[in-house]
Design a protein around this ligand. Structure first.
Ligand SMILES: [Zn+2]
Length: 186
């Protein structure tokens, strides 16, 4: 699976809409392929991807990298084993993120693949503080919720990152249903 296929998959699954969300892939030590600002993940073409170095300079491509690029780069700089970062606004997970409520594991997959999904505190969009806190919170985790915003998942490969993005949303949905049912029973 490549970035273009990943974008289409997560768009078709409703994990992003319109031009929200972004995907990046570190293909060598210092260079990252990343979606551009304003790109729709549902129908990416090569023009919607640029190469940036870890300092955030575009080294290939003519468009601007995603405005959320800093978050991606901060993670790559800190964690050498991470090769893929996906950011979505998937609705159930974003609702938990909005309320700054971490997700509980709900089944073997969420336990094994996701584990703890903590919340990174709110900072303005695109800020250095946001990038640094997301990076700190994701230490030892596959996914974090960004308060009042959305989801970040990290992996060594694109297919697994896509799976994680989908699994975070499913886990959030089950968390929601469990809370609703448990609340009613009392
Ligand atoms: Zn976002």
């Amino acid at each position: 699976m490549n970035i273009i296929e990943a974008g289409k998959y997560i768009f078709d699954k409703g994990l992003v809409v319109g031009t929200s969300g972004n995907i990046s892939y570190r293909f060598d030590k210092n260079n990252v392929l990343i979606t551009t600002t304003g790109a729709c993940l549902g129908n990416l073409t090569e023009k919607d991807l640029v190469v940036v170095n870890l300092k955030g300079k575009v080294v290939k491509g003519s468009r601007n990298a995603s405005s959320e690029m800093q978050m991606h780069l901060e993670i790559y700089k800190a964690y050498h084993n991470v090769k893929v970062v996906i950011h979505t606004h998937s609705p159930y997970a974003s609702a938990f993120a909005y309320l700054a409520r971490p997700l509980k594991t709900v089944n073997p997959e969420s336990e094994m693949l996701l584990g703890k999904v903590a919340v990174s505190p709110y900072h303005p969009h695109g800020s250095v503080e946001l990038a640094k806190d997301v990076c700190k919170t994701i230490k030892g985790q596959s996914a974090v919720l960004m308060e009042k915003h959305g989801v970040i998942v990290v992996s060594k490969n694109v297919a697994r990152a896509v799976e994680l993005a989908e699994l975070v949303e499913e886990t959030a949905k089950i968390n929601y249903l469990v809370e609703m049912l448990a609340g009613k029973g009392r």
